[in-house]
Write a protein that binds this ligand. Structure first.
Ligand SMILES: [Zn+2]
Length: 403
């Protein structure tokens, strides 16, 4: 029987682009393996949310997993918190945090000298701060951390304390609607108590002596409520796994009920251990029906505005992805969560190329993986939220509409 049983979804973060002197980085890179997958399968272009809507990575990934971000998304905090291993529950209010350096009222360094090893500071804050709700504070990569508030009468509609630029004053958190006043008050209280603990913490005293910027405050942003959603297995009847290196994608996977499989040495950047991630993904397919493999370096090169780095990294990914071509009984899906044009150095609303290869797929005439070739393919133009239903149909697990 020519029906696929498993799904491998490869997401090349921000790989999609616009022409740089006539050609896009995907067109310029050396990609024999991705091109082979294109020739085996069906291609198209895909709007992450809808035409003209410029998406964040968070909503773009939710849509790729078939969740409508307009229904469930209130902010990025919950996904970062889940990615930082905080066991979030629906209704929790979560924030992204930075350890930062404050001089007077002004943020001198939003990343506290890119401090690493904040475990001791995190523990001191968790033990020393007392609020009238339960809270969980956990470190994430480098200077980053996540905060979760749990209790009744909380609301995520509050402003950021993070001024987003060095040299500006820390903002007082404000309620954006009357129901959120208690949350704003609790958050300002958290910051006040945390600052007094951090100021006198031996790690910071040592940093000041060594001439390094102390991590003497915590700034918050991205407030959101943990959504009440069906897990991946409830929604699709599939056992899924996520292989990623960034807290955001790990957290999205966890909140959607995917098993996170760690890859040693994977950092999320262009130096990430993608070789091991690909091996991990192939291995995970033995025990899972669905595997999301996220590769972040393409987006990093784009945000740096470095077209050479982006092209080189795409060529490297292509080489490392070669073994997925031989997967049996598996739909191989390659796409990007959104476009990140190097000329813009940020996400754009341009649709992304998507291709599906595997048993039962109606292969078209496209034989290259890039934005321009994909636009001529048999999938035509779809939206990210359409992808999972299409894949579910190809694995023969959709319910019939009508009789
Ligand atoms: Zn992204």
């Amino acid at each position: 029987m020519d029906i696929a049983k498993k799904i491998l979804l490869v997401i090349l973060d921000g790989a999609s682009d616009r022409p740089v002197k006539g050609k896009t980085p995907l067109q310029l890179a050396n990609t024999p393996n991705l091109d082979k997958i294109a020739s085996m399968g069906i291609s198209g272009i895909m709007d992450p949310i809808a035409p003209g809507i410029r998406p964040g990575s968070d909503v773009a990934h939710l849509a790729l997993l078939g969740y409508d971000p307009y229904e469930i998304y209130t902010g990025r905090g919950p996904f970062e918190a889940a990615g930082a291993s905080i066991p979030v529950k629906k209704g929790d209010i979560a924030f992204r945090c930075n350890f930062a350096t404050k001089r007077g009222d002004v943020i001198a360094d939003r990343r506290a000298g890119r401090i690493r090893g904040t475990g001791e500071l995190v523990r001191a804050v968790q033990e020393g701060v007392h609020l009238d709700v339960t809270f969980m504070f956990e470190k994430s990569a480098g200077h980053r951390a996540a905060l979760v508030l749990r209790g009744s009468g909380l609301d995520s509609d509050v402003s950021d304390s993070d001024p987003k630029h060095d040299g500006e004053a820390v903002r007082n958190v404000r309620a954006l609607k009357p129901d959120a006043e208690r949350t704003a008050r609790i958050l300002n209280e958290f910051t006040k108590q945390a600052e007094s603990i951090l100021e006198r913490h031996p790690l910071n005293v040592g940093r000041v002596k060594a001439g390094k910027p102390p991590a003497n405050t915590i700034i918050t942003r991205g407030a959101g409520m943990v959504p009440d959603i069906k897990t991946f297995s409830e929604k699709y009847g599939l056992k899924g796994a996520v292989i990623a290196a960034t807290a955001l994608v790990i957290g999205i996977g966890r909140i959607c009920g995917l098993n996170y499989i760690e890859t040693k040495g994977a950092t999320g950047g262009v130096d990430s251990n993608i070789d091991a991630k690909v091996k991990n993904a192939i291995d995970a397919l033995k025990k899972h029906d669905f595997v999301l493999l996220s590769i972040k370096g393409t987006d990093e090169a784009s945000h740096d505005g470095d077209v050479k780095k982006k092209i080189k990294f795409i060529s490297k990914i292509d080489e490392i992805l070669a073994p997925i071509i031989d997967l049996k009984d598996t739909l191989i899906v390659v796409t990007a969560d959104h476009s990140t044009p190097v000329a813009v150095r940020d996400h754009s609303a341009d649709p992304v190329p998507v291709m599906i290869a595997g048993p039962g797929v109606r292969a078209d005439n496209v034989c290259a993986y890039d934005e321009v070739s994909a636009a001529t393919g048999g999938l035509n133009r779809i939206r990210s939220v359409n992808l999972m239903p299409i894949l579910m149909d190809l694995v023969n697990k959709t319910k019939k509409f009508g009789a």
